[in-house]
Unconditional design. Structure first.
Length: 494
């Protein structure tokens, strides 16, 4: 019997887990994928929104501003990269200035500091590559960029160190009220719990509707992106939005925290909650729309494209709290943009509700800090030399594009909730995220996984499930020059 079960190990579920670990609680996080950060949290714009877009008085507005304020301290505590690069919302005609003024007034009422409307001449000093059609923009200095992988993994690792259990590769199939709480059925057996926290992303309505008399409906809204090489990562320095429309904030152009350039997303509603494929039509659309923001977009420098799904609730609002008619079942549903920004504040809000429901006491042993993986690329010469002297594996470069060493990959495998797949290593270290997109480093990363986990080479996957890399082994290559099978005693190479 658990005190609490969290469904979903995305950024929201992990933020709630971390905040819940501030209390003396027996809790676990259940995730159907092989790692944390495998859904919406791994495929988004990686933007920390200032908070001027959400309607006044909504949870989206409140938690956006609160989450934005929390991000700097959280980044120091949990050692993940974050930078306030500021954002610009551009308009391309004089009529659009009224829209900027509306956003500015809304943002000021939401509590966003430092908002300004700037004219074209001042904007060109800030961003020389803005398109010729841009006439004005709303500037928000508190806007920022973050690594969504590092943020989610940092929250999860800190929660795990503070006593929260994680059950990965475990799919929730049902939630049923019973005396004293709920029975949660999974692909790996049933679990009893006093409380359930529903942070299941695009599937949150499914679990909510199993227990609540008031139904939810969530639509998967697909957004496609293009990621450009680091050689053009400084093409813009701010996050550049277009005036928002009914489907969201439109196509943005932004630097990433790791020095790439990101373009996207599109916004297309889909009935398929697993539709993370990219399309020719979608990518052509976002490239054309991005050209309205910046001129001569260096699109030939695209190194990969991807798509993510946002959980759009019909009421266009975050649903956070105890579900109607289901005592002890707490939703964190409908978390679309600005969900990444809001996640730390959602974690505080939801954990407080659950703690009050369960009557939890503070955890006197709670540790609020976590140390991330040291990256050679972030160090000066003396720091690198010292690290390599301490552990020579840091001197063996595995991923040349991103300059990731064997030591970093080993750290990713052996830390709390360590990597067990190529994508798990990639999200923790960036090995495979460079220009060659893992073409060079994958075999060497697999050798390290095989040795350090340990895993058979036949068991190593790209991203869990059936995504195996090696499907068979040539026995002749294992025993060159020997015509007999390796299980025969006569084999001279045995």
């Amino acid at each position: 019997m658990y005190d609490a079960v969290i469904i979903g190990a995305g950024v929201v579920g992990c933020a709630i887990a971390r905040e819940l670990s501030r209390f003396q609680v027996n809790a676990c996080v259940i995730e159907k994928e092989e790692d944390v950060c495998c859904g919406t949290s791994k495929a988004n714009s990686a933007i920390v929104h200032a908070g001027f877009d959400a309607e006044n008085g909504t949870l989206k507005a409140k938690l956006n501003v609160e989450g934005n304020k929390m991000m700097e301290v959280l980044a120091r505590q949990l050692d993940f990269p974050f930078r306030r690069n500021g954002s610009l919302v551009i308009c391309t005609d004089e009529d659009g200035i009224k829209g900027l003024e509306t956003l500015k007034a809304r943002g000021e009422k939401n509590g966003v500091p430092g908002l300004e409307i700037k004219g074209r001449e001042e904007l060109l000093e800030m961003e020389p590559n803005l398109s010729d059609q841009v006439v004005a923009a709303l500037y928000a200095p508190t806007g920022g960029i973050v690594c969504p992988f590092n943020l989610t993994i940092a929250l999860a690792e800190n929660a795990a160190v503070n006593g929260i259990e994680f059950r990965l590769n475990t799919e929730v199939t049902g939630v049923f009220p019973e005396a004293g709480g709920y029975k949660v059925t999974t692909s790996n057996g049933d679990i009893q719990t006093r409380a359930v926290i529903n942070a299941a992303g695009v599937y949150a309505d499914r679990f909510h509707n199993m227990v609540s008399s008031r139904k939810l409906h969530i639509t998967a809204r697909k957004g496609e992106y293009c990621l450009l090489d680091k050689t053009v990562g400084n093409y813009v320095s701010h996050t550049i939005f277009q005036l928002p429309g009914p489907m969201g904030k439109g196509v943005l152009v932004t630097p990433t925290i790791h020095g790439n350039l990101l373009v996207g997303p599109t916004a297309v509603d889909t009935p398929d909650k697993e539709a993370t494929n990219t399309t020719r039509e979608g990518l052509d659309t976002l490239i054309a729309k991005a050209g309205q923001s910046v001129k001569n977009l260096p699109i030939r420098q695209v190194i990969t494209s991807f798509a993510g799904l946002r959980a759009h609730e019909d009421g266009d609002e975050f649903i956070i709290g105890e579900a109607e008619g289901a005592p002890g079942f707490f939703d964190a549903a409908g978390i679309e943009s600005p969900g990444l920004t809001s996640a730390p504040a959602i974690g505080v809000m939801a954990a407080k509700m659950v703690a009050e429901f369960l009557g939890l006491s503070d955890n006197p042993q709670f540790c609020e800090t976590r140390k991330g993986i040291p990256h050679l690329d972030d160090m000066d010469f003396e720091q690198r030399a010292a690290l390599i002297r301490e552990n020579p594996a840091y001197g063996n470069i595995i991923c040349r594009c991103e300059m990731i060493s064997e030591g970093e990959i080993m750290d990713a495998i052996h830390r709390p909730l360590g990597a067990r797949s190529l994508d798990g290593v990639k999200r923790r270290t960036r090995a495979g995220m460079g220009r060659c997109q893992a073409g060079f480093c994958s075999p060497r990363t697999m050798e390290i996984l095989e040795r350090e986990v340990p895993l058979s080479m036949m068991e190593i996957t790209k991203c869990g499930g059936d995504s195996k890399i090696v499907l068979g082994r040539n026995k002749e290559l294992d025993h060159p020059g020997c015509s007999q099978q390796p299980d025969q005693q006569a084999c001279s190479k045995q």
